[in-house]
Each structure stands twice: as structure tokens, then as C-alpha cells.
Design a protein. Structure first.
Lengths: 201, 116
């Protein structure tokens, strides 16, 4: 037993300790990371006519029809668009539907990035993509969709939405279905039902 | 046999080495915990009541006005804290009931316009 072998033993233990510490740190960081898993699947959307009793709002230019649950009420907005919403006490938005003709440089390819960029440049302080899909079938057309959530610049409200750019035979339009993020899980089936009923021409 | 003897000897000579592993692990856990505190999810988990700034002046929404003034105290009330984020977009539709006066310019959900 020499001093050198004893020193080697200490070094070996130190190496083991450091290696174990690194492994633990990596594991903890991996589990503690706040980021949501990327590439979450977009829910299947089957184009289906709205249930009986759902009112309809046609775009003023006649290129699309938004169907909405009877618990929502039409809401005034842009003259070329239609909106419906369910409002809670104090006017808080519970459910929100909007259809707007394509106005700018929206394209099916890269729609999710476009929508997030638009949110961030307009009324959202931050926006985060949750899921996206292309080639989504709609009644009368095909679309690209994104599910995202964002915080508004005014009021810091946290909304989650599904926004789709839908290309019909003659024109394209955007349908947005949104709800407060805290209510998204409950609202999502009804909102997706409205999106699936969206009719384009 | 020899190696185990060496290890045993090293540990007996330097018992602090036995503490190295748990100490390093504790340090790693602490560092990891500190490292994840500055994430974007520091936003409030639940939204503030929506629609508090929602007020159309040109249309007739189906909901009542939502901005309720606080109970008037004996002294003049202090102005409410601003709710707009300091950062402004490059070329937005103005917020604060500006532009097309949509709900989304007043803290409501964003509509599908192309920001035109």
C-alpha cells in the first residue's frame, strides 16, 4: 500500500462523485424543464355540418359560413367579418368565434408561424404554439390550423385558440375559436365542433 | 481484493469522501432548481378577469359595460396602474380601443384579420 495507490483511490472516488452529480443534475433539469413538449398532435377534425339548432353567420362577401352554438351571441366587429361569443359576468369572454376573409399575406404553408407572428405584432404580449397541422379538411376546402395560447397586451388575459386558414374553391378565410386558457379543456370540444362545421366556398 | 483494500483504506483515511456524493447531489439539485425559475411560465397561472377593458363605442355588444369604477373613497383615488405592456409592436392596429375598435384591441381574444 503506497501513498500513490491511496491517491489513486481518492481520485477515483472524486471522479465517481462528480459523474454522479452531473447525472443527477441532468436528470433533474430534464424533469424540471418548463417547456411543453414540442409537436403535440393536432386533434383530428372531421368536417361535419353543424348540429340542428346552431345559428349561422355568413361572411358579408358570401365566401364562408360560421356556425355557432346557440349559447353564443353575434358580436359586432370588422365590417367584413363575423363573430359570436359567450360572455360571462362582467363581459368576460368565455367562448369566442370569428371568421374573416383572408386580408393579407396569409398562406396555407407556414400559417402557424404567420399567426403567431401576427399575434405578437398586434395584440399579444407573448404567444406560444401548442400544435399545428396542414392539409386539414373542411367543408368545401382545405386548411392549415394552429392551436396556440397568448397573453394580451391589454389586461394580460391568457387565451388559447385554434386558428385556421381555410382555402375554398374561390377564396380563403380565417376561422378563430378561442377561450380563456384556464377554460380551454372544457371549451375545446365545442369550439372544435364549430371549426369542423365551418363551411367555405 | 487489492483494489477493494485500496478503496477501503482511502475511505478510512478520508471519510469526507463519503460525503462528497450526497453533497454534490444536493448541490446539483439546488442548481437545477434555481436554473428553472426564470422560465416563461412565470406568467400568472390563471387569467385575470377578461374583458375588463372591453368597450365598444360604435357597436352594440350583447354584454354590459365591464369597467366598474372603484368605490369612491373620501379622498381622490389614485390612478389605476397601467395594464398595457411596455413593449409596443412595430406596426400594429392600435390597442386601447384603437384602429378598428375590435374586441382584440381591448384585451379580448384576437380575431382573424390580417392586421390590415
Amino acid at each position: 500500500m503506497t501513498a500513490r495507490t491511496a491517491r489513486r483511490g481518492r481520485y477515483a472516488l472524486a471522479v465517481i462523485a462528480v459523474t454522479a452529480a452531473i447525472a443527477i443534475a441532468v436528470t433533474v433539469v430534464a424533469f424540471a424543464s418548463p417547456g411543453r413538449p414540442a409537436g403535440r398532435a393536432f386533434p383530428p377534425l372531421r368536417p361535419t355540418a353543424a348540429p340542428a339548432g346552431w345559428p349561422h353567420l355568413a361572411l358579408p362577401n358570401g365566401t364562408a359560413v360560421l356556425s355557432y352554438p346557440p349559447s353564443l351571441r353575434p358580436l359586432a366587429g370588422d365590417t367584413d367579418a363575423v363573430s359570436a361569443a359567450r360572455l360571462g359576468p362582467g363581459g368576460a369572454f368565455r367562448l369566442y368565434l370569428n371568421a374573416t376573409p383572408r386580408q393579407g399575406s396569409e398562406r396555407l404553408l407556414g400559417w402557424a408561424a404567420f399567426r403567431l407572428r401576427l399575434l405578437r405584432s398586434d395584440d399579444a404580449a407573448s404567444a406560444h404554439q401548442d400544435a399545428a397541422a396542414q392539409g386539414v379538411r373542411f367543408r368545401g376546402g382545405t386548411g392549415s390550423c394552429v392551436i396556440d395560447d397568448y397573453f394580451t397586451r391589454i389586461g394580460g388575459h391568457h387565451y388559447q385558440e385554434v386558428a385556421c386558414l381555410v382555402q375554398g374553391r374561390t377564396s380563403a378565410s380565417v376561422i378563430v375559436a378561442a377561450a380563456p386558457a384556464a377554460r380551454w379543456a372544457r371549451a375545446r370540444p365545442l369550439l372544435l365542433r364549430a371549426v369542423a362545421a365551418y363551411l367555405v366556398r | 481484493m487489492i483494489s477493494s483494500l485500496i478503496r477501503q483504506t482511502a475511505l478510512s483515511r478520508h471519510p469526507r469522501m463519503l460525503l462528497a456524493l450526497p453533497a454534490a447531489a444536493a448541490l446539483a439539485v439546488t442548481l437545477a432548481a434555481c436554473g428553472s425559475s426564470g422560465n416563461p411560465s412565470a406568467h400568472p397561472a390563471t387569467p385575470k378577469p377578461a374583458g375588463t377593458a372591453h368597450s365598444h363605442t360604435h357597436s352594440a355588444p350583447t354584454h354590459a359595460a365591464v369597467t366598474t369604477p372603484p368605490a369612491s373613497p373620501a379622498t381622490a383615488p389614485a390612478p389605476p396602474p397601467p395594464t398595457m405592456a411596455p413593449t409596443q409592436p412595430a406596426n400594429p392596429i392600435p390597442q386601447g380601443n384603437g384602429g378598428d375598435q375590435d374586441a382584440d384591441n381591448n384585451g379580448g381574444p384576437s380575431d382573424g384579420d390580417g392586421n390590415i
